[in-house]
Design a protein around this ligand. Structure first.
Ligand code: ZN
Length: 360
C-alpha cells in the first residue's frame, strides 16, 4: 500500500509526505488560525487572513522539521551513509538511512545536527521578531515569526531529551558506547528511553494531551525495536552470506505448473524456489501460490506468478545485508548469485537460526 507521496528532491534525497502528515496539516492550520495569541491568530479581524496565516504557519513549521531532518541527513551523507528518503509524518520527520554508522563520534555528530539546525532557526526567527516587533507591532507577520522562533527552540529542546531513539537518546548511547560494548550501551539507552516514554505517557495523561501520549507510545516502540535491531546487527557482525546460505538449491523451470510446485513444496518442505532455465528468471513462493485458486493451479505456470524483479546477494556479502533486503522488501528469501550463476539461497529462517546459535 502506498502511504506516502514524493514531492521533490533536496540534495539528492527524495522528500515524501506521509498520509498522516496530509491529515494533520489542516488540523495544525486550524489550531493556529483559531488559537489565542501569542501562538494563534484568533483575534485577527479578517477570516481569510486568519486562515491564510494559520496555514502558512503550519506549512512553515513542517518546513523547519524538514530542515531538521536534512541536518541529520547532511552529516550522515558526509560520512558516507546513503539516505533513502525523508518522510514527513504525523508529528515530525523521519530520515530513512541505509545504515547508521556505528562510530560513537559520528553518531553523536549526526544526532546533534538536527537539534542544531532547529536551534539556529529558532534563534534566527526570534532575532527577526525582535527587529520586526518595534516596527509592525502585533501584526500577523510578527506573530508568524514569533511562533516559528519559539517552536524551533521547543523542537530543539524536546528532541534533546535523553529518550532513545530520539536525538538526545542517541547522543546518550554514543556517550555510553565509549565506555562499554555497543549492545550494552544500546540496552541502557533503550531502558532510559522507555522509562522516559513511560513518564511522558503518564504526564500526557495527567494534562490530557493526546499528542504527548502518542509520542510516548512511539518512543517506547521505537526504543524496543531499535534495541532488537542493534542486537541482531552486532550478532551477525562478520558473518557472510556464504557461511549460512543453503547451498544445494532446488530450483524449478518456468514451465512447472503451480500444482506441481505445491507437490514439491510438500515433499521438500521449502516454501520458496528460484525459477531457472538457462538463467535465473525469478523467485516463486507459497504466498504467490496462494493467489491462484485451486482449480486454476494445474493450468497456471510458475512463470506467470513468480516475482520477476530479482534482488540477489553475493556469497561475500555480509549476512546483515541479506537481512536488511528481506525486511525492506518484506520477502522471506534472497537468491545468492556468484558470477551470474545461482550459488545458493538465503532465507529468513537461515538467518534466525544463526542468530540464535551465535547468541548461545
Ligand atoms: Zn532529530
Amino acid at each position: 500500500m502506498k502511504t506516502s507521496i514524493q514531492i521533490g528532491k533536496i540534495i539528492g534525497i527524495p522528500i515524501r509526505l506521509h498520509i498522516t502528515f496530509l491529515l494533520i496539516l489542516p488540523v495544525f492550520a486550524l489550531v493556529f488560525a483559531s488559537g489565542p495569541a501569542p501562538y494563534g491568530f484568533a483575534e485577527v479581524g479578517s477570516t481569510v487572513i486568519r486562515y491564510a496565516f494559520g496555514t502558512l504557519t503550519a506549512v512553515a513549521l513542517f518546513a523547519c522539521v524538514l530542515l531538521h531532518e536534512l541536518g541529520h541527513s547532511y552529516v550522515a551523507m558526509k560520512y558516507g551513509t546513503k539516505i533513502r528518503s525523508i518522510t514527513l509524518l504525523l508529528f515530525g520527520g523521519v530520515a530513512t538511512m541505509e545504515e547508521i554508522p556505528r562510530d560513537p563520534k559520528i553518531e553523536s555528530k549526526m544526532a546533534i545536527s538536527g537539534p542544531g539546525v532547529s536551534f539556529v532557526l529558532g534563534i534566527a526567527f526570534l532575532l527577526i521578531y525582535l527587529l520586526l516587533e518595534p516596527i509592525w507591532g502585533n501584526s500577523p507577520v510578527t506573530r508568524l515569526v514569533y511562533v516559528l522562533g519559539s517552536m524551533n527552540i521547543i523542537l530543539c529542546g524536546f528532541n534533546l531529551l535523553p529518550a532513545f531513539p530520539m536525538d538526545g537518546g542517541r547522543i546518550l548511547r554514543a556517550h555510553l558506547a565509549r565506555q562499554m560494548p555497543y549492545v550494552e550501551a544500546t540496552h541502557k539507552a533503550a531502558y532510559i528511553g522507555k522509562a522516559f516514554a513511560f513518564a511522558m505517557g503518564i504526564f500526557g495523561f495527567l494534562v490530557v494531551s493526546p499528542i504527548l501520549i502518542l509520542i510516548a507510545f512511539f518512543v517506547y516502540i521505537g526504543a524496543s525495536e531499535e534495541e532488537k535491531t542493534t542486537e541482531i546487527t552486532v550478532t551477525l557482525e562478520g558473518v557472510k552470506v556464504r557461511d549460512i546460505m543453503t547451498k544445494n538449491v532446488i530450483s524449478v523451470p518456468p514451465t512447472t505448473t503451480v500444482s506441481e510446485l505445491v507437490e514439491l513444496m510438500f515433499k521438500e518442505k521449502h516454501m520458496g524456489y528460484p525459477v531457472v532455465d538457462d538463467k535465473l528468471r525469478g523467485v516463486v513462493t507459497f504466498s504467490d501460490v496462494r493467489k491462484v485458486s485451486l482449480e486454476q493451479r494445474s493450468k497456471t505456470l510458475v512463470s506467470e506468478i513468480m516475482a520477476k524483479k530479482i534482488i540477489s546477494v553475493a556469497p561475500e556479502d555480509d549476512a546483515i545485508k541479506a537481512l536488511r533486503i528481506m525486511s525492506q522488501r518484506n520477502i522471506g528469501r534472497v537468491p545468492v548469485m556468484e558470477s551470474g550463476v545461482i550459488a545458493g539461497i538465503i532465507s529468513r529462517t537461515d538467518l534466525i537460526r544463526s542468530i540464535q546459535l551465535l547468541q548461545e
